[in-house]
Design a protein around this ligand. Structure first.
Ligand code: SF4
Length: 295
């Protein structure tokens, strides 16, 4: 039986005190322990950003990749060894900007990985620029007069392009987030877990208190995550106009928005169905004809 200590390295996190990243790190470790995983049974791919620094603090098979390229690496690992539990960790600046195209194609293919996105609505590592999920009107070093762009809604987008598991968590509710991560890991197929994660140093709008005032759990309502149209409308419950009207306090749902059962990618490949690629005796494959063609 593993413990959370087994999933920690000797290096203590260097995130700013109070950063929302700590809650995600804790929830992920809790989830892996509760499900009985051992560190060598899990591969986690990290991108660039404060979220990616978790690569140094989580004791698993880890890969700290290029900016925005978390999903291609996670996909390759899964297809090479689908017995491994593969998790991808990214941030809103990493995953919803340069990495957005990969998200859509992984959803389309239903690659069996869990994608946890630290969504703090700002670029934290580069000291506070407007990100793809920053509110319209948001002021930062890159938009001193307020952003004129509409933010991406990752939940609505994922539902729209056919994701089979779409959830939103909040790092201020670790028990709830742990349950969501566990459900995402157990899901057979692509699971997106967008996590609202305040950047206490650079985002002074979307703070812990801002979220505590607005968040509610879907599981405590009569909501059922099995209707795509209803899920999309639920995803659009977001305080888009509050920079203009501070008193609006539109509520923000967290929890599982949508779940569907679809065939996973590797399960549809006859070459992989019965045996993981890493276990196949590739030395027995005759490639001489292929080599002749290439020479
Ligand atoms: Fe966390 Fe923001 Fe500090 Fe990065 S800059 S560690 S996101 S508080």
């Amino acid at each position: 039986m593993s413990t959370t200590k087994d999933f920690e390295t000797k290096q203590f996190p260097t995130w700013c005190p109070g950063c929302g990243n700590y809650g995600i790190w804790t929830a992920l470790k809790n989830s892996l322990v509760e499900q009985g995983y051992k560190p060598h049974e899990v591969a986690v791919v990290f991108g660039i950003g404060c979220s990616g620094n978790m690569a140094s603090f989580l004791n698993v098979y880890g890969f700290h990749g290029l900016h925005g390229r978390v999903i291609p690496v996670a996909t390759a690992i899964k297809l090479c060894n689908h017995k491994l539990k593969v998790i991808a960790v990214s941030g809103d600046g990493d995953g919803y900007s340069i990495g957005l195209g990969h998200l859509i194609h992984a959803i389309r293919r239903n690659i069996d990985i869990t994608y946890i996105v630290h969504n703090n609505q700002i670029y934290g590592l580069t000291k506070g620029q407007t990100s793809p999920t920053s509110e319209k009107g948001f002021t930062s070093k890159s938009t001193p007069f307020g952003s004129i762009e509409d933010p991406i809604d990752p939940i609505a987008l994922a539902i729209d392009v056919g994701a089979s598991f779409v959830a939103r968590g909040f790092t201020g509710n670790i028990d709830h987030l742990t349950r969501l991560i566990s459900a995402g890991i157990q899901h057979q197929g692509f699971s997106l877990i967008d996590v609202l994660q305040p950047c206490v140093t650079f985002n002074h709008l979307n703070t812990f208190h801002w979220f505590y005032d607005r968040i509610y759990e879907l599981e405590k309502t009569k909501y059922q995550p099995n209707d795509k149209s209803v899920a999309w409308l639920k995803a659009r419950e977001w305080p888009t106009d509050e920079l203009i009207d501070e008193s609006a306090k539109t509520k923000i749902p967290i929890g599982l928005f949508y779940k569907d059962d679809k065939e996973t990618y590797w399960n549809q490949l006859s070459q992989l169905k019965d045996q993981a690629l890493v276990d196949q005796p590739i030395n027995d494959i005759d490639i001489s004809e292929l080599m002749k063609k290439l020479s």
